[in-house]
Structures are given as structure tokens and as C-alpha cells.
Design a protein around this ligand. Structure first.
Ligand SMILES: Cc1cc2nc3c(=O)[nH]c(=O)nc-3n(C[C@H](O)[C@H](O)[C@H](O)COP(=O)(O)O)c2cc1C
Length: 272
């Protein structure tokens, strides 16, 4: 890979709004490496993401080994960009560290609940989104890879994850070789409610969006009846993507129980 020659790689970082407004998932990357200093700073910035009760129940794994990359690409469902992106991080929900903290302090382990799994998954997702946004603010591209959950246990084994750690998604980062067109989004009126959830406009809004998306794909020179968002989404759900995840998570040590008193969210400053 050619090194990236930029005098100040952080100069001219775009503002957050413009970055968000212009983003789209990138799946074609230039064969250009990003410096360790750049990546370190991106990760440090991403780690400022909010985290439930300051628990920081996540881990990030950077994967560089080409063989591991190829295997991950395969496990994600033959996703070429997983092997080819200049940088790949895997965002993991991590309850092992809190179990260790419990053992170190003699407190009873409390990682055996569905709430703990959600906390860790949300923490990992927020850091992942922040990392993606940080990369995009520099004009780089990124793509999240939830396909890794097709084979959660195999991914855990490949990455040497201890019990109660699982890969929530991968994150490809790199210089953009091909900038994809932005995909339209559902109208605000469908996804944003005022005061109370309002189902009244849902069907009309969905039908409207089906037409918008079909037009978008026609403009790209590709269209099929399955491009309608409603059919695509419903079909995907009915095919039960990632069926078996619950069993896989349980075998990886996640208990998904209701045990224990549900503690209210505490001010992290209370932890000293
Ligand atoms: C949690 C998550 C998992 C995703 N998994 C994949 C994936 O495995 N492969 C992929 O190419 N894109 C993946 N994506 C990207 C979505 O396909 C993309 O965000 C969506 O189609 C909207 O397109 P846009 O991001 O370009 O606006 C994922 C996105 C999210 C949020």
C-alpha cells in the first residue's frame, strides 16, 4: 500500500452536520494506508462517545492479518470490502471486563442479564458510530459490517474472544475509491412522532417512500419490484436473518436473564 502523504491529515476536518448530511456507506476503497497517528487520534475521539454509567462495556479489535481478514469476509457472507478495506475494526460488546472487575472486588457478577447485553451492545455501537463519523469527517469512507453476526461463534473463535464478548459489527475504513450515491431515507413524518407515537400516517408514508426508493434505483439504472422498501424490509425480516443468534450468544456465555434488581442509570460521577 502507498503511504498517505498529507501534511496535516486533520486540517480541514468537515463540520459534523455537513459530514452527516453527505455520508453514505462506502464499499470500494483506495489502496492507500492510513497512518498509525491518524488512526490513534480517530480512536481516541471515538472513545469519547457516551457510555452507560461509564461502564465502557466494549472492546475494539483492529484486524490487519490478511488471512484473518479473508476469513472474516467469508464469514460475513463473501463481503469483499471486509478483506480489502485499508482498516478493519471489529466492535465488540464486552461483559468480560466487568466480570473481571467483579472478581477483583469480590462483588457478585451481574453480567447475566439481557439488560447487561443491551448496555454492552449499545456502548459498542456508539463507539462504532463515533469512529465511523470521525473517519468520515476527514473525507474518508466507512461501512459497518453486521454480516459478522451470521457466524457469531466462528468470528469469536477467530478473534480469540473470551466468554461474554461478541462481535456486534465490523467497521471498514479507508480512502474512498468509489463514492456511492446517497440512499433516500423514510420521511421524517414516518419516523419522528410528536408527544405520542402516531400510527396514522405510517402506511401512506411507507407507500410514498416505496415510490421514492424505486425512483432512486431507476435513476441508478437498476430496478426490480423487490426494490420497494416495504417488500425488501418485510422479506428480509421473514427470512429471519441471523436466526440462531440467541443460542450462539448463550454458548458464548451471555445469559440474557432477568436476574437481579434492575439498577437505575446512575450518574457516573457517583463512581468517583
Ligand atoms: C449495524 C449495521 C450493520 C451493517 N452491515 C452491513 C454489512 O454487513 N455489509 C454492508 O455492506 N453494509 C452493511 N451496513 C450498511 C447498511 O447497508 C447501510 O447503512 C444502509 O443500506 C443505508 O445505506 P447508507 O449507509 O449508504 O445510507 C450495515 C449498517 C449497520 C448500521
Amino acid at each position: 500500500m502507498k503511504p498517505l502523504l498529507v501534511p496535516d491529515p486533520f486540517a480541514g476536518g468537515r463540520d459534523v452536520l455537513r459530514t452527516l448530511e453527505s455520508r453514505a456507506s462506502v464499499r470500494h476503497f483506495a489502496d492507500v494506508s492510513l497512518s498509525e497517528a491518524q488512526l490513534h487520534r480517530l480512536v481516541e475521539a471515538a472513545r469519547r462517545a457516551p457510555t452507560s454509567s461509564n461502564l465502557q462495556a466494549y472492546s475494539l479489535i483492529r484486524v490487519t492479518d490478511p488471512q484473518t481478514r479473508r476469513r472474516l469476509a467469508e464469514l460475513a457472507g463473501e463481503q469483499r470490502h471486509v478483506a480489502e478495506a485499508p482498516v478493519l475494526f471489529v466492535l465488540c460488546a464486552d461483559l468480560a471486563r466487568l466480570d473481571r472487575a467483579a472478581d477483583m472486588t469480590g462483588v457478585r457478577r451481574g453480567s447475566d442479564t439481557l439488560e447487561a447485553l443491551l448496555v454492552a451492545t449499545i456502548d459498542a455501537s456508539l463507539v462504532g458510530m463515533s469512529l465511523s463519523l470521525a473517519a468520515e469527517s476527514l473525507g474518508w469512507g466507512s461501512c459497518m459490517i453486521g454480516g459478522l453476526r451470521k457466524h457469531t461463534e466462528a468470528v469469536a473463535q477467530l478473534l480469540g474472544l473470551p466468554p461474554r464478548v461478541f462481535a456486534v459489527f465490523g467497521l471498514c475504513i479507508g480512502q474512498i475509491a468509489r463514492r456511492p450515491p446517497q440512499k433516500p431515507r423514510l420521511p421524517q413524518s414516518v419516523v419522528v412522532h410528536s408527544e405520542k407515537y402516531d400510527e396514522a400516517g405510517q402506511e401512506a408514508g411507507i407507500r410514498h417512500f416505496d415510490r421514492v426508493l424505486a425512483e432512486h434505483y431507476r435513476a441508478q439504472g437498476r430496478s426490480s419490484p423487490d426494490d420497494a422498501w416495504s417488500r425488501h424490509g418485510a422479506t428480509l425480516m421473514s427470512q429471519r436473518p441471523l436466526a440462531g443468534l440467541r443460542g450462539a450468544l448463550q454458548r458464548l456465555g451471555f445469559r440474557l436473564g432477568d436476574a437481579g434488581a434492575s439498577a437505575p442509570e446512575r450518574d457516573p460521577s457517583a463512581h468517583g
